[in-house]
Design a protein around this ligand. Structure first.
Ligand SMILES: [Fe+2]
Length: 215
């Protein structure tokens, strides 16, 4: 890595770490291939949120199985219910999520297309069932190198009417970087703060995040 590359990498690293929570950063932070060599309409770190759902497979279920082969981190399973403001469960909400790997990078498998070139290999989709329930099965992500921001999982929802909304990142209450400063910086989004309390048993972390839609 020459000096220019090293400086660029450092700038990307710092930007990705400090500005998390806004739509334009989480990307370009990848250890396997930062050079995008082909372009499509969703191939951008600032791609419209609709691009998050462009590659989702047909026949989604209530469980998102993020492919974690080769990752060394502990397993993590998140469950929850999506409900409307009256507390009624909402069926048919598609959830998209992506996160860093065991080392804190948005690493790639090499087969990604569209915005997933930027979000990396650890991503997936599911759809809430008739009881509004969903489940995410993955690994517990690592924070960005340098520990400047909490470990987190990004997520967006596609509602039955086709509208799309971001929700605050999933983060974990036992993370020292999840503090009052972090919480005060959160945006007002459906689904609350995203701060989850995890429990660990048999080498696996589990936690619940219910998502209340504001409208
Ligand atoms: Fe991120």
């Amino acid at each position: 890595m020459n000096l220019i590359s090293a400086v660029s990498f450092l700038m990307i690293t710092v930007a990705s770490s400090f500005f998390c929570g806004h739509k334009t950063e989480h990307s370009g932070f990848d250890k396997s291939d930062r050079n995008v060599t082909s372009r499509d309409s969703c191939d951008s770190p600032d791609a419209p949120f609709g691009c998050y759902f462009a590659n989702m497979p047909s026949g989604l279920s209530g469980t998102m199985m993020i492919p974690v082969t080769g990752e060394s981190a502990d397993r993590l399973e998140i469950t929850g219910t999506v409900s409307d403001k009256s507390g009624k469960p909402v069926e048919g909400v598609v959830i998209y999520a992506y996160h860093t790997d065991s080392d804190g990078y948005y690493s790639k498998s090499g087969n990604e297309s569209g915005v997933q070139k930027w979000h990396g290999k650890l991503h997936g989709w599911c759809v809430t069932d008739s009881e509004g329930k969903y489940r995410i099965s993955t690994i517990r992500p690592a924070p960005y190198p340098g520990n400047l921001f909490p470990a987190h999982i990004h997520a967006a929802l596609k509602l039955p009417d086709g509208s799309i909304t971001l929700i605050n990142d999933y983060v974990f209450s036992d993370d020292p970087m999840v503090n009052s400063k972090y919480e005060s910086g959160l945006e007002s989004l459906p689904g609350g703060t995203g701060i989850m309390k995890l429990q660990r048993a048999d080498g696996k972390w589990t936690g619940v995040r219910d998502i209340d839609l504001l409208n």
